[in-house]
Design a protein around this ligand. Structure first.
Ligand SMILES: [Zn+2]
Length: 305
């Protein structure tokens, strides 16, 4: 229900932005509670837990903030209990969003549409009461999703619809809501149609994510031809901490998502693109940390086009 964040502790090493420093990136969707980060694949222990290694690989790749899902609490829990839990988290600076909320009609076998709609509606109350942004999920459910958004838009301050894989029409419906951003990962870059949809997301409304350990950019995906950075990889059975695990996505690979987005938009200045996306993420989830100088630069029209 709540989403919190990891921030690289030696952030000062990367400021001010300079040529020697990799552009800062954020990964807005990581599931560190997944067994794969504890070395467990299909119930079998293949290697030791390696979150620290995965994090250090992410920091060295220029990733500077990671937004992580907290395992869902009991959805039946009383609203007031959730609210006070959120407020406690906000005070500790841990909770940055309400989520994941939304509708997924590809997973009706897990939860029927009527129940999904009921809770989605309810989540706006929590967002409104906490003034937190929302972390949203929408899959093949644009009509109902946008209808509920429309009804609740006054309770919505800002948010991102992550792991976007729907059509150009659905993209535009989402973008018609103020302060709505779209998050893309490997699943958003599977087909050439997907790439066309991503190409036309304005960069000032875009965020990038891995959704790791899932949704990596596979060799069969249309996006793969635009990937430039690769890491040595090994099978989980031959685990080696200097390599990534084949088939397990992790935050450093958000760099590849950035490269595919730049490639399909034909943007040469990948650093500038990265800064804009970083800025979008701060604007929504870390407004207190927003670099006001960068903000002024962007609004003066000297930012990336
Ligand atoms: Zn999701």
């Amino acid at each position: 229900m709540f989403i919190h964040s990891y921030v690289k502790t030696d952030i000062s090493l990367c400021l001010p932005l300079s040529d020697v420093c990799l552009p800062k990136k954020t990964d807005i969707a990581v599931n560190f509670t997944d067994g794969m980060f504890k070395g467990i694949y299909h119930g079998k222990q293949c290697h030791a837990s390696d979150i620290a290694t995965v994090l250090s690989r992410a920091w060295s790749a220029g990733v500077d903030r990671i937004i992580e899902f907290e395992e869902s609490g009991d959805p039946e829990k009383h609203f007031q209990a959730l609210l006070s839990l959120a407020q406690e988290g906000i005070e500790k600076g841990k909770v940055v969003a309400i989520g994941e909320c939304g509708l997924d009609y590809d997973r009706l076998h897990f939860c029927p549409a009527e129940i999904q709609k009921k809770y989605f509606e309810k989540q706006f109350e929590l967002a409104y009461a906490t003034k937190l942004p929302m972390f949203l999920h929408m899959r093949t459910a644009a009509d109902d999703f946008c209808e509920i958004m429309e009804r609740n838009k006054n309770r919505f301050t800002a948010g991102v619809t992550h792991s976007f894989t729907d059509s150009a029409e659905d993209r535009d419906k989402l973008l018609s809501f103020n302060n709505m951003y779209i998050g893309v990962n490997g699943c958003s870059l599977k087909t050439s149609e997907n790439l066309d949809v991503v190409r036309d997301i304005p960069i000032e409304r875009l965020m990038i994510e891995t959704d790791s350990p899932y949704c990596e950019i596979k060799n069969t995906h249309a996006g793969i031809k635009l990937v430039k950075s690769v890491w040595p990889s090994k099978k989980k059975e031959k685990y080696d901490q200097d390599s990534i695990v084949k088939g397990r996505n992790e935050p450093c690979l958000v760099r590849q998502v950035l490269e595919v987005v730049a490639g399909c938009k034909r943007i040469n200045d990948i650093e500038q693109l990265s800064r804009t996306i970083y800025h979008n993420t701060c604007r929504v989830f870390f407004p207190q940390d927003l670099d006001s100088a960068a903000d002024a630069l962007l609004s003066s029209g000297h930012g990336p086009q």
